[in-house]
Ligand binder design. Structure first.
Ligand code: NAD
Ligand code: DAU
Length: 339
């Protein structure tokens, strides 16, 4: 079995590659990644020398390059993680989000049709459902919830989902889609809430909380997401969407306070800053379908996962210090200096 994993030098893709290499020692894994600012080859160091792993630097929008790689590797399965993923960046500059997340996904699906792959899996997000109000805790996103996006990022991800369903219906391309809630864990780029707050705490820098910090996200440890995708590849049904989430809703401010407490830093570092434009209030996944049909349930409790994640960032300072001391400083200045 050969699996092409796109975006495997990023946060979830890299965790997924390690998960696959461990769970399926007889599978060959090929990682295709453009290495944007969010891709990091050092994250894949533990796989690079393995005979059952290959890394190829390639843009998913490069049609000729993608077709050539697919014809050479003849994968049975393609899992698409490659994307521009940061909501704040999409608000500043939407163009690349449309290009990679919609056009690039379309190129991959065309190459899958060309080759007749057994499965194309699109890694999507709960953000395609928009948001839920804070005062209706009984509401959750199901697979039937209409798509109602808020940001250029989520709109581009919804575009790819619609394209995938169209390729299933029109061409019979065997697609599956997973829509997962917020992930956390090792190797997450420090522009995202949890690693940003850990890095800033460790540098005794202000902790920029948007608005009042009351927005709610539904957090899932990355390994639980990887296991869900692996199950969908093996037991999921083509043409189906699976929501992935663990009923673990937290307010942003409470997460930041937990990080301060675990690192022994004062809450006086918390700084309330101008809110994100169009900021989604609450995400909450109903995972009943993947539980009932595939037997998936999250295994990592939030307290344990957050503790493990903080420990990982303490033990891998070199990895994230190199990022935050480079081009990231310009990004940070642009996004936060006058917020
Ligand atoms: P990330 O930003 O950490 O990594 C993205 C990876 O994609 C990087 O390695 C980057 O180099 C690569 N990439 C970007 N553009 C590319 C292109 N044109 N061609 C090839 N490679 C390209 O992202 P992540 O947080 O690991 O998210 C992975 C996927 O999971 C995304 O599709 C995202 O929408 C989805 N998702 C993320 C979360 C989350 O909480 N992080 C939750 C649900 C779904
Ligand atoms: O729900 C899944 C999505 O989760 C994925 O599809 C996205 O790729 C991923 O980036 C994530 O989106 P969010 O916008 O929820 O994640 P982010 O880490 O950017 O922000 C989480 C919450 O924290 C959000 O309410 C905004 C807030 N926040 C974020 C940052 C970076 C702050 O208050 N301060 C910050 O500095």
């Amino acid at each position: 079995m050969t699996v092409i994993v796109t975006g495997g030098a990023g946060f979830i893709g890299a965790n997924f590659i390690y998960y696959l290499l461990n769970a399926h020692p007889d599978w060959r894994v090929v990682c295709l990644d453009k290495l944007t600012y969010a891709g990091n080859l050092s994250t894949l160091r533990g796989a690079m020398d393995r005979p059952d792993f290959r890394f190829v630097r390639l843009d998913i929008c490069d049609r000729a390059g993608v077709y050539a790689l697919f014809r050479e590797e003849k994968p049975e399965i393609v899992v698409n993680f490659a994307a521009e993923t940061h909501v704040d960046r999409s608000i500043e500059d939407p163009g690349i989000f449309l290009q990679t997340n919609v056009v690039g996904a379309g190129v991959l699906m065309d190459a899958c049709r060309d080759l007749g792959v057994e499965r194309f899996h699109q890694v999507s997000t709960d953000e395609v459902y928009g948001d839920l109000p804070l005062d209706r805790p009984e509401l959750f996103f199901t697979e039937e919830t209409p798509l109602r996006t808020s940001s250029p990022y989520s709109s581009s991800k919804a575009g790819a989902d619609l394209l995938a369903m169209a390729y299933w219906r029109t061409y019979g391309l065997p697609v599956t889609i997973s829509r997962c809630s917020n992930n956390y864990g090792p190797w997450q780029f420090p522009e995202k809430l949890i690693p940003l707050m850990i890095a800033n705490c460790l540098h005794d820098k202000p902790l920029p909380v948007y608005g009042k910090g009351e927005n709610v996200r539904d957090w899932l440890y990355v390994e639980d997401h990887c296991r869900a995708i692996d199950l969908i590849l093996q037991k999921g049904t083509a043409g189906e969407v699976y929501n992935v989430g663990g009923h673990n809703e937290m307010r942003n401010i409470d997460i930041v306070k937990l990080i301060c407490a675990e690192l022994g830093k004062p809450e006086s570092l918390i700084t309330f800053v101008t809110d994100r434009k169009g900021h989604d209030k609450r995400y909450a996944i109903d995972p009943a379908k993947i539980h009932a049909e595939l037997g998936w349930l999250p295994e990592t409790k939030f307290a344990d996962g957050l503790h493990a994640t903080i420990r990982w960032y303490l033990e891998h300072r070199g990895w994230w210090e190199e990022i935050v001391s480079g081009e990231y400083r310009n990004y940070y200045e642009k996004m936060y200096a006058h917020r």
